[in-house]
Design a protein around this ligand. Structure first.
Ligand SMILES: [Mn+2]
Length: 391
């Protein structure tokens, strides 16, 4: 690299083109929009992108923070007249001419960046308890502007996550928790499909921004727990707001075609690529809306809740009658209604998380009550639960 740099510096300081084709006169042109077009003097061939900046700066211009150097044109001249030093005879030799633009760098948000944010697994100490710590969040509706909007939602999520992590650390230390189950109960983004698409006029994040923020929040959560225990199960289900496509305000795709799930699948892919092969990922099957998993000997069922139309008990009874696994769960976890509920339905415990969004202006105008935000954590083993905390 230093050789390359020296070569570049020398070329800039000693070689001066005696003639330049029209339009290739060396110089810096300042554009009204802040960009600079830089036409380099003839010189040797430049290397990759890393050499462009030095080449441009050798002309005495600087590349400000947040700007990039982009190559816009290169031209090879096989027999240009060159004079190496003042007073020397000019000779012909092959040269390159380059034109660069110095311009604001776009905000690059891509999988590469996500991969850099993701870390390989760390060694963790052996758990002292078989009981699993469960952390349930839902209804972030990222992109929804109501109340303090998406920025408030992100603050609330991190506050709940921090409390959950502190709780998990304390329970682990005191021998009351080992594995972790992280549950995403749906409606994590506001989406663009609900309410006949009318909500797009109010969004404070675009659809891709909603998904990007969601997957980064999920990455922060899952990675933090994966740093603390080598036994992590992640469960995610579709909500109504996460539906990928509606036509005429009715779901027009498969039931599993959901951004609520896809956001977590993206995190799964990234963490897999980073070597986190020990995480168990539980997503609904084809055309399914709910998921079940056995965690520490407890049968957990997760659904968003919109499919029950407010009658979870009869919905579960039908599932039991139909001999579907969620009808025989010990604990059922849900969201959707934006208000906390913990209830016994016979032998089953139903825990419904509150929302983490900024409230609902629509609901309040209808005379609805605004419940406090909430996420839930508890421990479970062999069908029973303990250590419930609202965070
Ligand atoms: Mn919902």
């Amino acid at each position: 690299m230093s050789d390359r740099l020296r070569e570049l510096a020398e070329a800039r300081s000693t070689a001066t083109a005696t003639t330049a084709p029209t339009g290739w006169e060396p110089g810096i042109k300042y554009e009204p929009d802040g960009r600079r077009i830089i036409t380099m003097p003839a010189g040797p061939e430049l290397g990759d992108e890393s050499t462009w900046r030095q080449a441009v700066e050798s002309l005495g211009t600087t590349v400000p923070d947040g700007y990039r150097v982009r190559l816009v044109e290169a031209r090879f001249d096989p027999a240009a007249w060159q004079r190496d030093q003042q007073g020397d005879d000019a000779t012909t030799r092959p040269v390159w001419r380059y034109r660069f633009v110095v311009e604001p760098a776009p905000n690059q948000v891509d999988v590469e960046e996500l991969l850099r944010a993701a870390r390989p697994p760390k060694p963790v100490s052996k758990p002292t308890s078989k009981a699993a710590f469960v952390f349930l969040t839902g209804d972030l509706q990222l992109g929804k502007p109501d109340g303090d909007g998406s920025s408030g939602t992100v603050e609330r999520f991190y506050r709940s996550l921090d409390q959950a992590i502190s709780r998990f650390k304390a329970l682990r230390k005191s021998g009351h928790a080992g594995p972790a189950a992280l549950v995403f109960a749906g409606d994590c983004i506001e989406g663009t499909q609900s309410q006949g698409g009318r909500l797009v006029a109010r969004l404070d994040l675009t659809l891709t921004e909603q998904i990007r923020v969601y997957r980064r929040l999920a990455l922060a959560e899952i990675q933090t727990f994966a740093d603390l225990t080598d036994d992590v199960t992640v469960l995610a289900v579709p909500g109504n707001h996460g539906e990928a496509m509606r036509v005429g305000d009715i779901m027009a795709s498969r039931y599993d075609d959901s951004w609520d799930v896809e956001g977590i699948v993206q995190v799964a892919d990234v963490l897999d690529a980073k070597g986190h092969t020990g995480i168990t990922w539980m997503f609904p099957g084809v055309d399914e809306l709910h998921v079940t998993a056995e965690v520490a000997g407890t049968r957990l069922g997760v659904l968003h809740g919109h499919q029950t139309r407010g009658k979870l008990d009869t919905w579960l009874a039908s599932k039991a009658l139909n001999r579907e696994p969620i009808g025989t769960c010990d604990i059922v976890l849900s969201g959707h209604y934006h208000s906390l509920r913990i209830e016994h339905l016979g032998p089953v415990t139903h825990m419904r998380t509150g929302s983490l969004d900024g409230g609902s202006t629509w609901w309040q105008h209808r005379g609805g009550l605004a419940s406090p935000p909430a996420a839930i954590c508890f421990t479970t083993e062999s069908g029973r639960w303990n250590n419930l905390q609202i965070v």
